[in-house]
Design a protein around this ligand. Sequence first.
Ligand SMILES: Nc1nc2c([nH]c(=O)n2[C@H]2C[C@H](O)[C@@H](COP(=O)(O)OP(=O)(O)OP(=O)(O)O)O2)c(=O)[nH]1
Length: 323
Amino acid sequence: MTSDKQAPLDIAVGILVDDAGRVLIARRRAGTPGAGLWEFPGGKREGDEPMRDCLARELAEEIGVSDCRLDTPLIRFTHTKGERPVRLHVWRIDHWQGEPRGLEGQELAWAERDSLADYTLLPATDVILCALDLPSRYAITPALSAAEPHRWWARLERLLEQPHTRLLRLRDQGLDDAAYQALAAQVVEAAHQHDVAVLVDRSLSLCRAVGADGLHWPVARLLETGRPQLEPGGLLAVSAHTRSDLAAAAERGADFAVLSPVAATPTHPGAQALGWDGWVAARADHALPVYALGGLGEADLTTAHRHNAQGVAAIRAFWPGEH
Ligand SMILES: Nc1nc2c([nH]c(=O)n2[C@H]2C[C@H](O)[C@@H](COP(=O)(O)OP(=O)(O)OP(=O)(O)O)O2)c(=O)[nH]1
């Protein structure tokens, strides 16, 4: 076996999103691998062309659109679910010129996000969809048990009111299960009024009891018990600290991970900071969205995206100050 045989093919993929929030999918033609399945438009890199150029070329050739605005890459990951390993470089595209049409005879469809389940998509598309659905900011609460309750609640309300807040983890390791569950029930109720999804720590039964949107576990717990039976659409997030944690998380079916610490933080004294170089080496191209955590905030979002992060997770940086 030569190593060349195993080298992944680089593929550029574009997710065109129209003003109604629908996404463009294309049906693979007869005679190609995965014929009949639906995919996002894109294709193989030619020579050593930059991946952005590859995507612009593929979209022009396949669907006749030009001037695609490629601001921020959505995700880059490798998977081995097809005939050979591929590394997908995926962009979300909200602006382009021209009306997409199937120039190679392929069928196209504009699909509502919720109706994508009706199409048989290529394997590993679930990773792309998860990245598409997840926000750039993953807010984590400081412990209520270490704070004055009315102040904590006032800040939580302010956080929930901010339009950027879409996903929250309730973290309070100082509470016993009963107290944590009582708090989680209240937090989920408050968050859902603002359309903010809440992930809770601890057990599947607690998650169900409080109507949370999923669980956030240490990766070791996923390894011990396997992926819990969440409701359809429920999210399983894991905390990871190493490259092998992430490999295990992707392998065992976590929807996304948080990889930390990028920098040292007062909440985790003594934890060895990865720095961005260490973070990128550990993140690698594992097949799941990964947030960067540890001493980061709003100002680090662009850097995080550039390093193949879904975005930034933070406790202090997103927790509103007192006014
Ligand atoms: N376009 C696209 N390809 C994907 C996705 N997910 C995924 O695993 N792939 C894989 C399938 C194929 O093995 C590979 C794309 O190869 P391709 O054969 O379509 O590339 P191409 O358009 O350059 O093809 P060609 O006719 O020039 O050979 O990437 C996806 O969402 N979109």
